[in-house]
Write a protein that binds this ligand. Structure first.
Ligand SMILES: Cc1ncc(COP(=O)(O)O)c(C=O)c1O
Length: 327
C-alpha cells in the first residue's frame, strides 16, 4: 500500500478548491465559480503573499532569522506574517487601523506579534514605513511591493486557469493593495486576452473615480469623511497603489455594504459558506456579471477570507442593526 506522508500545516498554502455557486444566479446565467481562499492555513489568501515575500527576501539576503518585519495591513496580511514569522523565527510588528475586526486583532496577538493600532486620522501605511526607516526594520510594504502581484501571477492565476480548463471568461475581484487582481488578471489575460476583468469597489472607496474620471477633487486626505466610511474590510482604497495596474481592468463596479453583507448571508444560508465581507462584495458583483451573460460564459471570483474573522461585525445582528442593515 502506498503511504502518503502528511504535509506540515504551513505547507498547505494555495491550491484551494473552486466551488460552484450556481445556486445564487438566475437560470440562464453564466456559470459562477469561486476560489475558497479562506481555506488557507491563516484563513485568507494573504498566506500566499506572506509565504512568497518571505521566501524571496530570505533568498536575496534582505532578512535573516531573528530580524524584525513591519507589516501595514487591514489585518489578514498581518495574520499571515505573524503565523509564518512565528514558525520561521522572525519578530513581526503589524500596524493597522481601528477598522480591523477584534477577531483579526486577537489572532495577530495570539501569534505573539506586536500589534499597533493607529487612530482614524493617521495613515497606517505611512506609520509602518516610518517605524521601519527609524529602526532599520524590514517593511513588507504590500501596497507597493512587486512580489505581491507576482505571487498571484505565479499561483492563483494558474490555479484558476487549470481548474476551469481554460474556460474562464470573466474574473471579478475587489482590491485593497490590488496585488491579487493585478497578478491574477495578468496571468489570465496572457493565456486568453479576451478574458474580462471586473474590479468590485466599495461605495465609498475612490478607485471607481480614479478609473473613470481621474480623481480631481481637492483636499482629499486619508482621513475620509466619517459618514462615508464603509464596513467591509480589506476592500477599496482612497487612492491607487503601485501594485494596481489599471491596464488589466476592463470595468469597475460599485457595491454597497448592504449588498455585500446580504450576499454573505445568502452564501451562508444557501451554501453553508461562512466568509468575510469582501467575499460577499465579490460574489455580489460576480452575480450581477453572470446574470448579464449566457450559460457558455464562466465567471470566477474569490472568497478572500473566513467569516470567523467577522463574527462580531457582519454576523452580529446588533452590529448590523446599528448600521441600518436588517436581515
Ligand atoms: C479580506 C480581504 N479581501 C480582499 C483583499 C484585497 O486583496 P488585495 O490586497 O490583493 O487587493 C484583502 C486585502 O487586504 C483582504 O484582507
Amino acid at each position: 500500500m502506498n503511504e502518503t506522508k502528511p504535509a506540515k500545516f504551513s505547507q498547505l498554502i494555495g491550491n484551494t478548491p473552486l466551488v460552484n455557486l450556481g445556486n445564487l444566479v438566475n437560470k440562464n446565467s453564466a456559470k459562477l465559480y469561486a476560489k475558497c481562499e479562506f481555506l488557507n492555513p491563516g484563513c485568507s489568501m494573504k498566506d500566499r503573499i506572506a509565504e512568497y515575500i518571505l521566501s524571496q527576501v530570505q533568498m536575496t539576503g534582505k532578512i535573516k532569522k531573528g530580524d524584525t518585519i513591519v507589516c501595514a495591513s487591514s489585518g489578514n496580511t498581518g495574520c499571515s506574517f505573524a503565523m509564518l514569522g512565528s514558525i520561521k523565527g522572525y519578530s513581526i510588528i503589524v500596524v493597522t487601523s481601528k477598522k480591523c475586526s477584534i477577531e483579526k486583532q486577537n489572532h495577530i496577538r495570539a501569534l505573539k506579534a506586536k500589534l499597533i493600532i493607529v487612530d482614524d486620522k493617521s495613515d497606517y501605511m505611512e506609520y509602518a514605513q516610518r517605524l521601519a526607516n527609524e529602526n532599520g526594520y524590514f517593511a513588507v510594504d504590500q501596497y507597493n511591493n512587486p512580489y505581491n502581484p507576482e505571487t498571484y501571477y505565479k499561483t492563483l492565476g494558474p490555479e484558476i486557469w487549470k481548474q476551469t480548463n481554460g474556460k474562464i471568461t470573466h474574473f471579478v475581484m475587489t482590491g485593497s493593495t490590488f496585488g491579487c487582481i493585478t497578478g491574477t488578471a495578468k496571468f489570465l489575460k496572457e493565456k486568453n486576452p479576451k478574458i474580462k476583468v471586473i474590479l468590485a469597489d466599495p461605495l465609498h472607496s475612490n478607485i471607481y473615480d480614479y478609473y473613470y474620471n481621474g480623481y480631481k477633487k481637492n483636499n482629499h486626505t486619508y482621513s475620509a469623511d466619517k459618514n462615508k466610511s464603509y464596513i467591509i474590510e480589506g476592500a477599496g482604497k482612497y487612492k491607487p497603489t503601485k501594485c494596481l495596474d489599471f491596464s488589466i481592468v476592463d470595468r469597475v463596479v460599485k457595491i454597497s455594504d448592504r449588498d455585500a453583507i446580504l450576499c454573505c448571508h445568502e452564501l451562508l444560508q444557501k451554501e453553508g459558506l461562512l466568509v468575510g465581507g469582501s467575499s460577499g462584495l465579490n460574489v455580489f458583483a460576480a452575480k450581477i456579471t453572470a446574470d448579464r451573460l449566457t450559460p457558455s460564459d464562466v465567471v470566477v471570483t474569490i472568497l478572500c477570507d473566513s467569516g470567523i474573522k467577522y463574527l462580531s461585525k457582519i454576523y452580529d445582528r446588533e452590529f448590523l442593526s446599528q448600521n441600518n442593515i436588517n436581515l
